[in-house]
Design a protein around this ligand. Structure first.
Ligand code: GCV
Length: 668
């Protein structure tokens, strides 16, 4: 990698033959096509050093058109005016057809053409596109969103890459060039929606939907629009009171509903194409309809009615659970909460409401089962929420390539089919993910964590892509050509299994330091109010979530429920999520559960150390700045991995008094 800031738009030493690439002809006029042309020219110059002459607008065939050059336009237009018979694609899709000397990028619409340009540049950079090639792509699902948890003081909740790109000192503040570069990164992997402020909408953020800030939000929206990215704003349920000065935010109270309508009118006067509002209600202290004895459908539908005339959507999060639980009370199971709250409401939401469901029933742990809501919300539009920022997966200090985790999620079988097949083909209309960038020079703190942003976009576009393919693409774009890219790819692929091994074992979850969520603290959450207990004692560990326990397994369709409910069929990487097991329980490898806990922690730490060694093998073969910054992260990762290994192993040794069969060092 030459320049960390440039991410997957690196300058290549050797480029393609420029014949046909340095001249651009384009079809109809539209802002998105203008932008696609601009991005093509910029990309060719930046990545391959090929200057491209400004596009000739050739609405009708002309003599000039006969020469070499790249054609850019939309499929309907080109079919009509050139009789090209290009196969129609879905919305935002594109065709790339490279007749020697006359490559063509044709989108189904302007946005598709822009995506086609980025794909063309990417494939060219990976050495995967040549004259004679033809391909067509359409994104699987219409909504591919990033959620920022940025606060208006400039801090970022769970942000590990510096301050906010958007906010500073209580107002909107940004570097225009930086925003354009960010928009390019997002659009180049197909992201088309962006919420800019934290779902915990506190202080001045409540006024983002007022005259005070709307002109500035509009300015930001103007920068993202050419890239086909529409903004959302996170709103606070009690704003009618805190901003509007009303006495209530009751969704069935006409004055509260009218306040939202008035506010929506104002918002859409400033930003007519705002995608909508995102809301966290009745969750971790945020207000919501429960405060008024109303349902989440009442709350969401009130907002939906306000946005409906403007074509806006309400994205309503399902992260609703009792966050003031008494650890003594074993009758409550937080894992049940989202399904218990929202499944009974299936079918009662307005048609411009989308529920946003975290992929697992807990909270972005290193290993969770897929939420039983997927495949069960047949009558409600919804999105799956992932987390790119590494809150529980190493803070972008530890390398943890998340597409490895997400690919497992995509493969999960719901009663309606695997998640990856439901996306875009059912009421599951897309993905949302908590972003991982900030003002750090390399965007993501750990340079290799850029791969998680890239991978999220690629997976949202094509959920059938495997982790290996994504890792290979990203490594080739940033470190290729050459075998350094192979090393980086293998590092990415080793990273999630290693992290999982030295973290909480076998789906146990939440052995992390409370609050900060980095580093081990096996009982950090045991006696707290957050509902995430493993209840380890001297004989057993884990929660019985079968029908004999909390009944969580029953939320799945019968076949899955039965699979999870039986320890002999339950996937072992989740066995302690679903079961309370004695330490002498025999795992499939014939060893006890306890021995497996020891083994995985020793192995995970060894694997982290091996990753550092692999990286040091790249010294002198990649840019020094990148080499050094990643090296420093690996050194910190090893400290963290050792700490996890020793704290968790010592914890279980002290509980059980049973040592490691292999006699490795476990501290007293
Ligand atoms: C934005 C977890 C995080 C919180 C986050 C919350 C959420 O609890 O620790 O920082 O708040 O999830 O998703 O709303």
């Amino acid at each position: 990698m030459v320049a960390e800031y440039d991410c997957w738009f690196q300058r290549r030493d050797a480029g393609p033959d420029r014949v046909g690439l340095d001249r651009l002809y384009r079809g109809e006029e539209s802002p998105l096509l203008d932008h696609a042309a601009l991005e093509y020219r910029r990309g060719m110059e930046k990545c391959f050093g090929i200057p491209v002459r400004p596009p000739a607008l050739t609405v009708e065939p002309s003599a000039a058109e006969g020469g070499p050059g790249l054609r850019l336009g939309t499929i309907p237009y080109l079919n009509k005016t050139r009789g090209l018979a290009l196969t129609e694609q879905g919305p935002e899709g594109f065709v790339i057809r490279w007749e020697p000397g006359r490559p063509l990028i044709a989108g189904q619409d302007g946005q598709g053409t822009l995506y086609g340009v980025y794909r063309f540049l990417s494939l060219l950079a990976q050495g995967k596109l040549r004259p004679g090639d033809e391909l067509a792509e359409t994104p699987a699902a219409p909504l591919r969103m990033i959620n920022h948890w940025d606060n208006m003081d400039g801090s970022v909740e769970r942000g590990y890459a510096g301050l906010s790109l958007f906010f500073k000192d209580g107002r909107i503040s940004y570097d225009r060039g930086r925003i354009e570069d960010y928009a390019r990164l997002l659009a180049s992997v197909g992201i088309n929606r962006l919420s800019i402020n934290n779902v915990n909408v506190r202080g001045p953020a409540r006024e983002l939907i007022t005259e005070k800030h709307l002109p500035d939000v509009a300015g930001l929206a103007d920068l993202f629009r050419p890239f086909g990215i529409r903004l959302l704003l996170s709103v606070n349920f009690s704003s009618p009171i805190s901003v509007g000065g009303l006495g209530t935010a009751d969704p069935l109270d006409r004055t509260a509903a009218a306040w939202w309508e008035k506010q929506a009118d104002l918002v859409y006067r400033c930003i007519p194409d705002l995608a909508g509002f995102l809301i966290k209600a009745d969750s971790e202290g945020e207000a919501g309809p429960f405060r008024y004895g109303r349902s989440h459908a009442d709350g969401a539908n009130m907002l939906a009615a306000a946005l409906k005339p403007h074509g806006g959507i309400v994205v309503w999060r399902c992260f609703v659970y009792n966050s003031a639980q008494d650890w003594r009370d074993q009758s409550i199971d937080r894992a049940r909460a989202a399904y218990d709250h929202f499944k009974p409401l299936d079918g009662s939401f307005a048609d411009n409401v989308l529920l946003q469901v975290k992929h697992g029933p807990y909270d972005f742990q290193v290993r969770e089962p897929v939420s039983p809501l997927f495949g069960a919300l047949g009558k409600t539009r919804h999105l799956m929420e992932l987390q790119i920022t590494q809150e529980y997966t190493g803070h972008q200090i530890d390398l943890c390539f998340l597409p490895s985790m997400w690919a497992d999620v995509m493969d999960f079988d719901t009663p309606a089919g695997p998640v990856k097949k439901l996306l875009g083909a059912s009421s599951l209309e897309g993905l949302a993910a908590v972003g991982n960038v900030g003002l750090d020079g390399n965007w993501t703190g750990h340079t290799l964590a850029q791969a998680n942003l890239y991978g999220y976009g690629r997976l949202a576009w094509n959920p059938g892509l495997g982790a290996e393919e994504i890792a290979g693409e990203w490594a080739a774009l940033c470190f290729g050509p050459g075998d350094a890219a192979e090393t980086v790819k293998s590092l990415l692929l080793k990273s999630y299994p290693a992290y999982e091994k030295y973290n909480a074992p076998f789906g146990l979850c939440f052995m992390v330091n409370p609050g900060i969520h980095y580093g081990p603290s096996p009982e950090g959450y045991e006696f707290s109010r957050w509902g995430t207990y493993h209840r380890a004692d001297r004989e057993a560990v884990g929660i019985d979530r079968t029908s004999a326990g909390t009944g969580y397994t029953e939320q799945y369709a019968p076949a899955k429920a039965a699979l999870f409910a039986d320890p002999s069929t339950c996937p072992e990487n989740l066995i302690l999520f679903f079961h309370r097991l004695r330490y002498d329980y025999r795992m499939k490898n014939g060893q006890t559960l306890l021995q497996n806990i020891y083994d995985t922690h020793f192995e995970g730490c060894d694997e982290a150390e091996a990753m550092l060694t692999l990286w040091t093998g790249l010294k002198g073969r990649i840019g020094g700045e990148c080499y050094d910054s990643v090296l420093a992260r690996f050194e910190r990762q090893i400290e963290n991995a050792r700490q996890w290994r020793d704290v968790v192993n010592t914890y279980f040794w002290r509980k059980t008094g049973v040592g490691d069969l292999k006699g490795r060092k476990i501290y007293d």
